[in-house]
Design a protein around this ligand. Structure first.
Ligand SMILES: Nc1ncnc2c1ncn2[C@@H]1O[C@H](COP(=O)(O)OP(=O)(O)OP(=O)(O)O)[C@@H](O)[C@H]1O
Length: 316
């Protein structure tokens, strides 16, 4: 049976997985549409990799059901694996083989047909053709990731599951990598990508924020920010050596009405879910001449820090 095109690429309900008696993914519902880029965000250990592995048939869920590419995630794992490109955090390339040799090797290991044509196409799609003869071991981190992505699309998957593909890669290379992801999405590929970088989150069509195994927020970046109902102030020290701002941060964290305090360089962001309570809680400090307080729009990072704090409270 082949996957129908009008149904969601991923449609799962109630996904649950425990390790050693501890729930790491809890009752997760997820629907993903074709040609879109979904960013999977959340603190370390929140269950992103586990979810990705359940979706592509590498791990069987303890509970829940659904389909990936039209195939049952419990019963048709092999069919799913054939149509999914999965890029793990660590790609095992052969350093003493060239880019082309690496791709040819991967194509042969997976028993693909038309090896040369597939490798040529992957090289071209990812702009690797001019470097095809370079040794993989001599590539920068960004180019290595691009090679890993090329290896993932050799079998022409319909869905890419990318697990922190740009961890440790410099900003320019990350931007280039994201341009590639967008090109692939334009060509019809659906992408679910986990990341810890806010700038990458902002390049997704939708983001999914997961903490302690629970999906806490999803939607476009503006929708996720709006749904958090956060009010925010930024606090800038006018004079002093910066030690006061650390003390101020500690003081404000204790106050009712202040839900989140986070430093961004020399500036402090102070947020609350109840605007009146936040304003009341910070009234005295806002007239302190050592600081300049300005009302700001909450950033995605503010929202994530707040969500993380809240989920931690629920978890403990
Ligand atoms: N095979 C396993 N056996 C036991 N525990 C596991 C196993 N795989 C994952 N875990 C645990 O499950 C939790 C969730 O891990 P997971 O890798 O899914 O999180 P993550 O959100 O991808 O984290 P990160 O952002 O650090 O990659 C972690 O506490 C991890 O230690």
């Amino acid at each position: 049976m082949s996957a129908a095109t009008d149904i969601p690429v991923i449609a799962v309900r109630g996904l649950t997985k425990s390790f050693e008696g501890r729930k790491v993914v809890s009752d997760l519902d997820l629907t993903v549409n074709r040609g879109q880029i979904y960013g999977f965000l959340g603190p370390n250990g929140s269950g992103k990799t586990t979810t990705i592995r359940m979706l592509c048939g590498l791990l069987t869920p303890d509970g829940g059901s659904g389909t990936c590419l039209g195939y049952d995630i419990r019963k048709q794992a092999e069919a799913i694996k054939r149509q999914v490109g999965y890029m793990t955090q660590k790609f095992g390339l052969y350093e003493d083989l060239t880019i082309r040799e690496n791709l040819t090797f991967v194509a042969r290991v997976y028993g693909l047909d038309r090896v040369k044509a597939r490798v040529d196409q992957a090289l071209e799609r990812l702009g690797l053709d001019e470097r095809a003869c370079q040794l993989a071991g001599k590539l920068s981190g960004g180019w290595k990731q691009r090679l890993a992505l090329a290896a993932c699309i050799l079998h022409e998957p319909k869905l890419l599951l990318l697990d922190e593909p740009t961890a440790g890669v410099d900003p320019k290379a990350r931007r280039d990598f994201w341009d590639q992801i967008h090109t692939l999405a334009h060509e019809g590929l659906t992408v679910l990508v986990s990341t810890h970088y806010m700038d990458e989150a902002e390049r997704c069509h939708e983001i999914l924020y997961i903490a302690y195994g629970k999906l806490l927020a999803r939607g476009t970046v503006p929708a996720v920010i709006a749904a958090a109902h956060l009010s925010a102030w930024s606090v800038e020290p006018i004079r002093g050596d910066g030690t006061e701002i650390a003390a101020l941060s500690r003081q404000l964290q204790q106050r009712d009405g202040v839900d989140m305090v986070a430093p961004f360089g020399a500036v402090l962001h102070v947020c609350g879910r109840d605007e009146a309570a936040l304003d009341a809680a910070t009234r005295d400090e806002r007239i302190d001449p050592r600081y300049r307080w300005s009302r700001v729009a909450p950033s995605l990072e503010d929202v994530f820090i707040d969500l993380m704090g809240r989920s931690q409270d629920n978890f403990q």
